[in-house]
Design a protein around this ligand. Structure first.
Ligand SMILES: C[S@@+](CC[C@H](N)C(=O)[O-])C[C@H]1O[C@@H](n2cnc3c(N)ncnc32)[C@H](O)[C@@H]1O
Length: 277
């Protein structure tokens, strides 16, 4: 394993993903009925922004650190910032800890992490749920449909494997067959447009009819290392009512603060003309 999320925690891509996660969870909380959150690639849960790995890349400086002082009326963004800041100035919560904060009694988190060190760290910081040590793609079918019949599936792989897009598309197709009414958040780095377009095509082919793409491009800084990611997004299947509007508002607010280069942009697109229902 080479990938360690500690190098990237709190960067602009985490900000986008985690605001979307919060927006979805706030929606699920609107009904009393319990829901499940399945996080297939959960990570270590809590990241040390003062640690050697985070300091080496400095990515959080261009992400969460630029937002700490923001006062906003956008519910998803302000809830996300409150949660992030509640862990202290040098720490950043990952998706399972953010989700855990928004669960009510009766709601359930299943956090799956494959790698032993990350899994051990996650086990130590989760308050309620016991994480699952497994391959998230392999474990997912057995978790669906959740008994609650309401839920959110976050698939946030490291994109280390050359066929990660294909693995993700296959995992989604199999999950969607079992749980077509679930909300799916599928994260991706945007390096080659073609990969994203073909992933979108695969999701449609698997049956996703309500499909939204969020794209945040912070622009390339002239002196940034070539390998530093500057554009990332999420496919959202079955986005809740009003999610697109809330996310557009949040992304428009954070873009000026996260902008690194002249070509920065934020987009919320329904795929193949699907209108909000
Ligand atoms: C991008 S990080 C996850 C970040 C986390 N979702 C968050 O938002 O805070 C990806 C994680 O997936 C783990 N991982 C890699 N391959 C996996 C697999 N097949 N199944 C489950 N976890 C895996 C890595 O160890 C890493 O911790």
């Amino acid at each position: 394993m080479n990938y360690r999320h500690s190098y990237h925690a709190g960067n602009f891509a985490d900000v986008l993903k985690h605001v979307a996660l919060v927006s979805t969870l706030l929606h699920l909380r609107k009904k009393d009925k319990p829901f499940a959150v399945i996080d297939t690639h959960a990570g270590r849960g809590l990241y040390d922004l003062g640690g050697a790995e985070a300091e080496k890349t400095g990515e959080a400086e261009f992400g969460i650190e630029r937002l700490r002082g923001l006062a906003t009326g956008n519910a998803a963004l302000s809830t996300y910032l409150d949660i992030a800041k509640s862990f202290g100035a040098d720490r950043y919560p990952g998706s399972p800890l953010i989700a855990e904060r928004l669960l009510r009694t009766g709601d359930r988190l299943v956090a799956v992490e494959k790698h032993p060190e990350e899994f051990a760290a996650l086990s130590a910081v989760l308050k309620g749920a016991k994480p699952v040590r497994a391959d998230g793609y392999e474990r997912l079918p057995a978790l669906l449909p959740p008994p609650e019949r309401r839920g959110l599936i976050l698939i946030d792989p490291p994109y280390e494997a050359p066929d990660e897009f294909e693995q993700l598309a296959r995992a989604f197709a199999s999950a969607y067959r079992r749980f077509a009414t679930g909300i799916y958040l599928l994260w991706y780095p945007l390096k080659a447009r073609q990969d994203i377009d073909s992933l979108g095509g695969e999701l449609r082919h698997a049956g996703a009819t309500r499909l939204l793409a969020l794209t945040l491009d912070v622009g390339k800084q002239t002196n940034a290392p070539d390998e530093r990611l500057s554009s990332a997004g999420l496919f959202v299947v079955n986005p809740p009512f009003g999610f697109d509007v809330e996310m557009r508002g949040a992304m428009e607010e954070i873009l000026p603060l996260l902008r690194q280069g002249p070509k920065a942009s934020a987009r919320v697109d329904w795929i193949e003309g699907e209108a909000q229902k």
